[in-house]
Design a binder for this molecule. Sequence first.
Ligand code: NAD
Length: 423
Amino acid sequence: MSVTTTVERKHLTSAFIVNNQVDTAADLVGLDPAMRILLQTPFRTVAVQVPVRMDDGRLEVFRGYRIQHNGARGPCKGGVRFHPEANEEEVLGLATTMTWKTALLDIPFGGAKGGVQVDARNLSYRELEAVTRQFTRRIAIVLGPYRDIPAPDMNTNAQVMAWMLDEYSSKSGYTPGVVTGKPVSLGGSLGREEATGRGVMYVMQDYANDSGIPMKGGRVVIQGFGNVGANLARLLHEVGARVIAVSDVDGGIRNEEGLDIPALFSHAYLQRKPVAEFDKGEAISNTDLWSTPCDWLIPAALGSVISREKNAASVNCKVVVEAANSPVTPVGEKILEDRGITVLPDMLVNAGGVVVSYFEWTQNLQQHPWTLEHVNRGLHSRMQTAYRSVRQLVEARRVSWRTAALAIALERVAEAERLRGGW
Ligand code: NAD
């Protein structure tokens, strides 16, 4: 019996969903029950108070977490998010996914995630710094370049990483390798900002070659126009794809002829204006976005946006590319599968960010910066190797891309556990 099924739950948490997907892959590779428990529970959970003096003089006490899911293959790696829903279950699910993502890409890291339960939109700049520094102090004991290496995630950015680096270094000496996603001037890597979008594009190019779904002239719809969605749109436009609809939190825009992506990138990503206010296209809602006929449908914003209840039966595309984390629910995925729509899974598709985080860490340890060309070549090679290994298993065992990706990752982590622990 799996760990998850023994726990009574009122709703499907992200940890529950990931572990159910792991069960399917564990059946495929014949993983024994004790190893399943080892791989479906976290190595270490740190829960801390984050007391902060607010600008108006009040004391606020936030809750913070750093969860190290598994470190058998190397130091734990994963982002830190500041969000009201960053509770223990949410952070655990994201930490678990990081273990499988780093293993699939064969990066020498384990999986972790951190979070502070706070609405970052309500924090002043000074309060944001205070939350970051206090959280870092409280979890510093489990961090380190050979122990656990945070990165940016929702509502955290390069500046937040700079504060984390400073706080950690004030006790331990200058340690750039303790965080990734830093400003380039503090040891960040060239190419890190666009790395996730670039990795998504590489996977799409390979899948286009294999499936015959066109890339040049192919119709693309993207939800989310932030770091991942906007950079991906720009890169796809450069290789000749036709991006016909995109949206952000305030709504979307559509143009059947193809949107003017360089102009939209400047308007919405660089100038931070709502996508729907872009004048060269028809304004649409986020609900309309999902029914837009296209070849490639790319959720690049939130989790659980494609589901039985919402749209799985009505989306009109040839393939769903999971650029966001967990955008398709398990039942939603089954409906898509039955309709002949392939889902390319998050742990493969959006791994470009953590790959270049690994390159950043390597550069920090070597104290030797890489050129952008070297970073992008390395990213392409790692994404392509992972893609090919998943495709091979999909063809050999007739399983979904997600199950194949998880099976590869599970075997790698289980082997490391066996060799290190002697289990
Ligand atoms: P971001 O904050 O830069 O951008 C998020 C985008 O989603 C914004 O355009 C925002 O307006 C939009 N959005 C938010 N709520 C929405 C809603 N209700 N409807 C439509 N659009 C909405 O975030 P990001 O870094 O681009 O991350 C996007 C997704 O990709 C997340 O799921 C994240 O976990 C995942 N991801 C990001 C990275 C990375 O390197 N940034 C790596 C792996 C996975």
